[in-house]
Design a protein around this ligand. Structure first.
Ligand code: ZN
Length: 187
């Protein structure tokens, strides 16, 4: 409990000046909070290292956080989950996407849970508060890519997988309808 709350505070400080890319410029911390909340409430996850890592999952990739800071405060297990779900930003974007698809089946159980929550939260964001400037085609591509990553995350957590599939089916329809709607704008 204490560790999970400390992770939330740590992530809030690290993301303090960041906003999501949506029209409302939502505080970034809303995203890791949603991921950890999905794991706990839908997935029934109680492992504190996994919940902490869910809260910290974007700190290394998207802030100045160093791996040593995470291991010193939260331990090596939490750090290993965070590293597993962090992209190597040295790689070009297309390669990072392919890497995620290919490596999903080999992630640890904890990292798979975090990935499931992350994908669900991101698909929801695209439907309800899409990143500004993303045309429907790019939104649809995110859904298709998520579906490919998802194939490697199966047999991890039934409730989260069911929710992923629900959100995918509903969300993809919304995005396809936007593609066909000449009046749809999202600047
Ligand atoms: Zn994320």
């Amino acid at each position: 409990m204490k560790k999970v709350l400390e992770s939330a505070c740590f992530a809030a400080k690290k993301h303090t000046n960041q906003r999501r890319k949506n029209a409302g410029n939502t505080p970034y911390i809303n995203h890791p909070l949603e991921v950890a909340h999905l794991l706990a409430t839908v997935g029934g996850v109680t492992d504190e290292d996994i919940l902490s890592a869910a809260l910290l999952h974007d700190t290394i990739e998207d802030t100045e956080t160093l791996p040593g800071e995470i291991s010193a405060r939260f331990g090596d297990v939490v750090l290993s989950y965070v590293l597993e779900v962090s992209d190597d930003k040295m790689l070009p974007k297309a390669e990072r996407k392919r890497f995620q698809v290919e490596h999903a089946p080999f992630l640890s159980n904890g990292a798979k849970l975090i990935k499931l929550g992350d994908r669900i939260a991101n698909m929801r964001s695209i439907v309800h508060e899409p990143p500004a400037g993303w045309p429907p085609l790019r939104q649809a591509e995110y859904f298709k890519w998520s579906q490919m990553v998802f194939q490697g995350l199966r047999n991890t957590n039934e409730a989260l997988e069911n929710l992923f599939e629900e959100e995918f089916v509903q969300g993809y329809q919304v995005v396809l309808a936007r593609e066909k709607d000449p009046d749809y704008t999202n600047n």
